[in-house]
Design a protein around this ligand. Structure first.
Ligand code: ADP
Ligand code: MG
Length: 434
């Protein structure tokens, strides 16, 4: 559990903070329901208490701890302890399912417009692994549910076909294990392990870019599994064609099966996710609070859930009832300018002001030369800072097609690579909007 707390914390603070304060904390045990944590100095203890207590509590609540109470103890000797909560001493090698997160099931996955195709494909694959789509390639932005869906397939297959061997691995782990096996002269063991599974889930495959040795090894793993009709599922933050320095033989293989994307959830789906999340934790949260949170966090479901946990922790720490007002307070310091949800109107206004145009001209149908570039910039910036989906952006611009939006964004992306004036203009506009 402490490992999970650390992981959670790590996502919320900078690397520097993490290294400075969290790496030296050691879990000591649970006393009267309160988690005891060893810190190297009393100064560190005070600092952590002052700056990170709420975050640690938030993480504990979020991870389902019975109480979020913890206590910091100065332990200069700083003994390294095993994760005190883990009951299993088995390594993932013996128990591959240990790598699946129990929360990431199909039952806990809210299906919305943004993910229904990916969900349907995942269900189909879980029902007949190796025979529906192979490989299944899931892509989408950070925190949109790719890992969740992969694990869901893993759980489902484990239940339906208990004899099947399942392996979930991040690309990073796969790479590290490969390197270690080479160093320790155990490559054949490594190969046997990955080539003998029935379901291989490889997360964040975009990180294979530029790693020749790993690509080579994975190519052979892929072939062995594919030929034996074993199921492969890959996730990535982008489609195969956008993974640069990916060997073409791998790219084409990634495209053999089905490629499907997950988009940002709409408001309705976000509320549904929050609702399910609170039910999962046996908590009843007023609808208006859920809606408020769902309106604040639009692009990343992990952050959405984090916001809910923060609100709950805030209310319980202050001993107050949950209300929209409390939620506003709890989140006020979290959403600094960069995360505040800008409306597309604000972005268009910013662009219009910069170019001396009217907002309606930018959003409208006109194709005058003077408005084309600003319009493309507006689309680009909306995608950049609001995380609306492409179809939503198209809709906003006089019902244009999402391919038009995509084209505009790509155009701007390409242009700013060579045109530093344009890049500067965009930076300026962005700052003004903020
Ligand atoms: P990714 O791998 O795409 O970065 P994750 O799968 O880690 O995203 O999801 C981030 C968090 O959001 C997880 O806690 C996950 O359970 C949750 N989540 C994502 N999509 C959904 C969904 N459709 N329904 C419920 N929870 C979701
Ligand atoms: Mg993931």
């Amino acid at each position: 559990v402490w490992q999970n707390v650390l992981e959670y914390v790590r996502q919320s603070i900078t690397e520097v903070e993490y290294h400075t304060w969290f790496e030296k904390i050691r879990p000591l045990g649970v006393v009267n329901g309160s988690l005891e944590l060893g810190v190297p100095t009393s100064f560190a203890g005070d600092w952590i208490q002052k700056h990170y207590a709420a975050l640690i509590q938030e993480a504990l609540i979020r991870l389902g701890a019975q109480t979020p109470r913890f206590e910091l103890k100065v332990t200069p000797a700083n003994p390294v302890q095993e994760d005190i909560f883990s009951t299993s001493t088995q390594t993932p090698l013996q128990e591959p399912r240990a790598r699946l997160n129990p929360k990431y099931t199909f039952e806990n996955f809210v299906v919305g417009q943004n993910n229904n195709l990916a969900h349907a494909a995942a269900v189909a694959v879980a029902e007949s692994p190796g025979y529906a789509y192979n490989p299944l390639f899931l892509y989408g932005g950070v925190g949109l549910g790719k890992t969740h869906l992969m694990h869901a397939v893993g759980h489902s297959v484990a239940q339906r076909f208990p004899e099947k061997k399942i392996e979930y691995v991040t690309t990073e782990t796969f790479t590290n294990e490969l390197i270690n096996s080479i160093r320790e002269d155990r490559t054949s063991e490594f190969r046997d392990r990955y080539r003998s599974v029935d379901l291989l889930l490889v997360d964040d495959i975009q990180f294979i870019a530029g790693k020749e040795r790993t690509q080579d090894e994975f190519f052979h793993t892929f072939n062995a599994l594919y030929e034996a009709r074993k199921q492969i599922i890959l996730s990535s933050d982008r489609p195969p064609k956008d993974i640069l320095t990916l060997e073409s033989r791998l790219r084409s293989r990634f495209e053999w099966g089905l490629i499907t994307d997950i988009q940002s959830p709409d408001l309705e789906t976000r509320v549904a996710i929050l609702k399910m999340n609170s039910e999962f934790r046996n908590m009843r949260i007023p609808e208006e609070v859920l809606e408020y949170i769902a309106k604040q966090v639009t692009s990343n479901i992990r952050e959405l859930e984090g916001a809910l946990m923060r609100v709950i922790a805030y209310a319980s720490l202050n001993g107050v009832q949950l209300s929209k007002q409390i939620a506003t307070k709890a989140l006020s310091d979290v959403f600094t300018a960069s995360e505040v949800n800008f409306s597309p109107e604000e972005v268009v206004k910013g662009v219009a002001e910069y170019y001396g145009l009217r907002a309606e001209e930018i959003r409208g149908a006109g194709r005058r030369k003077e408005v084309v570039l600003p319009r493309q910039i507006a689309m680009y910036l909306i995608r950049d800072i609001t995380h609306m989906s492409l179809p939503e952006i198209g809709q906003f611009f006089d019902g244009r097609d999402h391919t038009t939006v995509l084209y505009a964004i790509q155009k701007i992306q390409e242009a700013i690579e060579s045109d530093s004036n344009l890049l500067q203009s965009i930076k300026t506009i962005k700052e003004r909007i903020r």
